[in-house]
Design a protein around this ligand. Structure first.
Ligand SMILES: [Zn+2]
Ligand SMILES: [Zn+2]
Length: 286
């Protein structure tokens, strides 16, 4: 009975949170709504000023579709799913699984810069593993196809992904936070904003590699090949990096044969893939 009321109560709470964001009642450094818009405008401006593929239109193919995905996955879906997550959390704790029982590191004991760094690296690593699973496991790949159906690359493609991906990433992200004693550092918003910026740039029509830092940070040149239609023989995917390219270099999943920016994107059979948001959101279940 309690679960049911908790489930229902979570909706007004989260709706209120979204409203507070939009109405700017949450300070700028924690405001993911306006933060996302600001980062998007800045990266878009950079695309306009320094385009990599010069003949690509400023409002490329699927620009508006991807823009909608951005807000859907970040806010609309969050409202929808919040009640389910709350129940999941309560069930976990009723089984006696508490954050302390599986924590590896007591994050609170570290200096704040080290808290942030540990949080960032661990969260990125579990997402890198999840991303590989999305390519490796056929039922997961069916959902991940939405992200790979982009044919012309631009910053907004970053958050074009099937709503099921929110659910598939969640257990791994939660596990990462649990390993850190269930503790998100106070300045975790810095990590989130940084990840959004790097993710936008990875998809942007800008030729950037960050010099020698390319071995640490993912970048547009590396990520474009993640979206390549033709993969090297025998591979189910390359360049799985989210923010850190480091994992691909360490585990030898890196692949950048050239950097003209003109590689064909998509996957085998993408000409039959649905083009609209509703059809794409319903795809992947067969
Ligand atoms: Zn992928
Ligand atoms: Zn991508």
């Amino acid at each position: 009975m309690n679960y049911w009321s908790d489930f229902l109560n979570s909706f007004p709470d989260i709706l209120n949170w979204v409203w507070q964001l939009i109405a700017f009642k949450i300070p700028w450094y924690q405001n993911f709504f306006w933060g996302l818009i600001l980062i998007s405008l800045l990266v878009w401006l950079a695309e306009i000023l320094f385009p990599w593929r010069k003949n690509q239109s400023i409002i490329r193919n699927d620009f508006w579709l991807d823009g909608f995905y951005m807000f859907f996955n970040f806010f609309i879906f969050t409202v929808f799913i919040s009640g389910f997550y709350k129940i999941g959390g309560l069930m976990f704790s009723s089984f006696g699984v508490t954050m302390d029982s599986i924590s590896l590191i007591q994050l609170e004991d570290l200096p704040s810069w080290l808290q942030l760094l540990t949080f960032f690296i661990l969260l990125d690593f579990v997402q890198w593993i999840t991303h590989i699973l999305l390519h490796r496991i056929p039922i997961f790949w069916n959902f991940h196809k939405v992200h790979h159906s982009v044919k012309e690359m631009g910053f907004a493609a970053h958050l074009r992904y099937h709503w099921m991906e929110n659910i598939l990433y969640k257990p791994f992200k939660t596990l990462a936070v649990m390993l850190l004693g269930g503790f998100e550092p106070q300045q975790a918003f810095l990590v989130h904003f940084f990840a959004i910026s790097i993710g936008h740039l990875n998809h942007a029509n800008i030729k950037l590699t960050y010099g020698p830092l390319k071995y640490i940070f993912n970048n547009p040149v590396m990520h474009l090949y993640h979206h390549a239609y033709h993969l090297p023989k025998g591979k189910f995917g390359v360049n799985f990096a989210i923010s850190l390219s480091l994992w691909d270099y360490l585990f030898k999943t890196n692949y950048i044969p050239e950097d003209s920016g003109t590689v064909l994107l998509g996957f085998d059979g993408d000409e039959h893939f649905p083009k609209g948001f509703v059809q794409q959101s319903l795809s992947g279940f067969k």
